[in-house]
Design a protein around this ligand. Structure first.
Ligand code: PLP
Length: 401
């Protein structure tokens, strides 16, 4: 196995870093496009992009330039004052969306926390506070977003759960309908479930959910932390379905690795969160906003979304071709470059084999190999990835005999 972990790194990590992640076996020192290099100079094909974060590829020149230029002018100013870049970013996002307003923060969990607070504040004068979320969803690690998350394993040990959440099966319209009562304020879902196993909502389901929310007079909230910002081939995943939420969250790829997240709400919700009811010290600083402005411009003007659709279909096609050869592949599913290879054994077993062959990938759920490469990936890289997966599956099969 490649490794550039020095004894010093390991010693400092072991002693001083809280162990909330499994122990890493690679130390990366450089990235460019779809490639990463470890400290020994070994090259890796990166089909993880952080975890669907570096969608324009590592160190994209437009983002790097925006960060450098802004860092030389002004890095931070409190939101008690205005900065040049935040309104620019908000107007860019809204110009690609519906008429509305943005709130900026720093992480996916914080953006979703914002959605939850928005729904509760909106519901507070209507006697409604409950949020219906989906089984197998993932919304973050804060206490409220954990309560919204539809997998109880993440909540274990952190009880009591934050009140006000109910879970129903995803892609089941009747279950959602039956769960709504006089206390329901909103339905929250990921248009394409990420951590749960790369499960796209069906078209009928998402359209049905929109109609249901309208009929019942409740809010529809989308978590686009993972599936947003071009990942599925449209800037926002909901645009690929033609189904508008009342508000939605963005994070991960919004800054291509520079931390920034957003909650975007329709104009009708503009007055719900008023001065003093919600805030974030680092939300939408000039530096973060400058990075995100460069991301939005590059994603929307550089043919990246078209490439995502094209390469997503190409990659899924190559992976489907592996199915007759590897009986362990049960399905290949996803949308755009959010691709899941469903196996009949824990997908985590493949990751070290892939790493040893020079490829970085992820898992989703227990049995899904998750591929979320930069959206600038080309056919050659997709071919290489499929060949490496083919070889890794064969190695796993040989060792299981
Ligand atoms: C759909 C979704 N929502 C929320 C989150 C939480 O984001 P963060 O880790 O930035 O808080 C994630 C992270 O994986 C996610 O995939």
């Amino acid at each position: 196995m490649h490794s550039a972990l020095t004894e010093k790194n390991i010693e400092l990590y072991d002693k001083y870093v809280m162990k909330t992640y499994p122990k890493a076996d690679i130390l990366f020192t450089r990235g460019s496009g779809c490639h990463l290099w470890d400290g020994d100079g070994n090259e890796y094909l990166d089909f993880a992009a952080g975890i669907a974060v570096c969608s324009l590829g590592h160190c994209h020149p437009a983002v790097t330039k925006a960060i450098i230029d802004q860092a030389q002018k002004l890095v931070h100013v409190s939101n008690l004052f205005m900065n040049e870049r935040q309104p620019e970013l908000a107007s860019k996002l809204i110009s690609h969306c519906f008429d509305g307003v943005c709130f900026f923060c720093n992480s996916g969990a914080e953006a979703n926390e914002g959605l939850i607070k928005l729904a509760r504040k909106w519901g507070s004068i209507r006697g409604r506070y409950e949020i219906i979320a989906m089984n197998d969803s993932f919304h973050g690690r804060t206490l409220a977003t954990l309560a919204a998350t539809g997998r109880s394993k993440y909540r274990k040990g952190f009880e009591p759960d934050t009140l006000g959440f109910k879970h129903v099966p995803f892609n089941d319209l009747e279950a959602a309908r039956n769960a709504i009562d006089s206390k329901t304020a909103a339905i929250l879902l990921e248009p394409v479930q990420g951590e749960g196993g790369i499960i796209p909502a069906t078209q009928e389901y998402l359209e049905g959910i929109r109609r249901l929310c309208d009929e019942k007079g409740i809010l529809l909230l989308f978590d686009e932390v993972q599936c947003g910002m071009g990942r599925t081939g449209t800037l926002f995943a909901w645009q690929g379905y033609g189904v508008e939420p009342d508000a939605f969250s963005l994070a991960k790829a919004l800054g291509n690795g520079y931390p920034i997240a957003a909650m975007i709400a329709k104009r009708k919700l503009e007055g719900v969160l008023t001065p003093g009811t919600h805030a974030s010290t680092f939300g939408g600083t000039p530096l973060a906003s400058a990075a995100a402005c460069a991301v939005v411009d590059t994603l929307c003007n550089g043919g990246v979304l078209e490439n995502c659709k094209k390469q997503g279909a190409f990659l899924a096609g190559l992976l489907k071709e592996l199915m007759p050869k590897h009986a362990c592949i049960k399905d290949v599913r996803g949308k755009g470059l959010m691709v899941g290879v469903v196996l009949d054994y824990p997908a985590v077993e493949l990751l070290p084999i892939l790493r040893s062959k020079g490829m970085i990938a992820l898992t989703a759920g227990e049995t899904v190999l998750r591929l979320v490469p930069p959206l600038i990936v080309n056919e050659d890289d997709c071919r290489k990835a499929a060949a490496l997966i083919d070889a890794a599956l064969a190695e796993r099969e040989a060792s299981a005999k």
